[in-house]
Ligand binder design. Structure first.
Ligand code: GDP
Length: 296
């Protein structure tokens, strides 16, 4: 499955070697398993959780030999990833509004373009709003994605108030019967208090015009940054109530284990994964598929 090759090489091949290398499960085996999980960026806390489950599995005789380990881990990981209600929220009537947040370079603009194409392919009308008014290049780039995906586009001048863009977009989307409105935002974490105020204001404006909106606040994280992605997520939870994560660049990294850490440590569902730079390279995240692909 595209996107997981490197993670699989890193995590699963090591577990494979571990299984082949040991006839019995002993302390060395368990130590090596623990190290393998940490190296795959599953995260320390989540690794501990998995190791506790493995030790319990051994005690309960669910794991009797090293070979039993792969199916056992697959099941445990699927369970972690499956916990909670993770479906995408949509508006009962009027536009469904997605606010898209994350630091510059994480893949926000690309993800919005891919999401636009995804919803267009479902026959929906889509509008993109350039509420990252800080950089002219960001506005231009989003406009290119709007053209590419056949979405409508709302922008103001560089430097204008992001909340004013959001307001216009919500008004226009309602008037034009748009199904899905995707709002891009600035990602300057170096100016945290501004960013938070900006996101709060955007949220307020949107919620006033469309009760219940934004229906989704998606945080875009770069998987290649591994555990840093988790620290970033923690910061952003202070700025906005995040409903889901888009994990990008899974195609270029051995750190796909970070998916498990995000869910397990932050209780945040990964809703989409980015597996390339193209317009089609976005997948809805399915826990069982991910766990299976990891150990395929
Ligand atoms: P933004 O600053 O957060 O809006 O980031 P961009 O959308 O401009 O993306 C930054 C870079 O990451 C661009 O070169 C994208 O093509 C690339 N990118 C985004 N998503 C993915 C992905 O899923 N896989 C790969 N390989 N590259 C990606």
């Amino acid at each position: 499955k595209k996107g997981l090759n490197k993670t699989r090489e890193n995590l699963t091949n090591k577990i494979e070697k571990l299984v082949i290398g040991y006839a019995d499960i002993d302390d060395d085996f368990l130590d090596e398993l623990e190290e393998t999980l940490i190296m795959a960026d599953v995260g320390v806390q989540t690794t501990e959780k998995l190791m506790t489950a493995v030790r319990k599995g051994i005690k309960k005789k669910e794991i009797n030999s090293p070979e039993d380990l792969k199916p056992f881990l697959e099941k445990e990981i699927a369970e972690i990833l499956n916990a909670g209600e993770d479906t995408t929220r949509t508006a009962e009537n009027g536009p469904t509004v997605h606010l898209v947040i994350g630091v510059n370079g994480a893949g926000k603009t690309t993800t919005i373009g891919k999401l636009a194409a995804y919803y267009k392919a479902q026959g929906k009308t889509v509008m993109l709003a350039a509420a990252d008014t800080f950089r002219a290049a960001a506005i231009d780039q989003l406009e290119v994605w709007a053209q590419r995906s056949g979405a409508q586009f709302i922008k103001h001048e560089e430097g204008s108030d992001p909340a004013a863009v959001a307001y216009d977009a919500v008004k226009a989307a309602t008037a034009r019967n748009i199904d899905v409105l995707l709002i891009d935002t600035a990602g300057r974490l170096q100016n945290k208090s501004n960013l938070m105020q900006e996101l709060e204001k955007i949220n307020r404006v949107i919620g006033r015009e469309i009760p219940g909106a934004p229906h989704e606040t998606l945080l875009v994280l770069d998987a290649t940054t591994g555990q840093n992605a988790i620290s970033q997520a923690e910061l952003f939870t202070k700025a906005a109530p995040i409903s889901g994560v888009v994990l990008t660049k899974l195609d270029g990294t051995a750190k796909g284990g970070v998916v498990i850490g995000i869910k397990s440590q932050l209780a945040m569902p990964v809703k989409w994964i980015g597996v390339g730079e193209g317009i089609e390279d976005l997948r809805p995240f399915v826990a069982e598929d991910f766990a299976k692909a990891l150990f395929a």
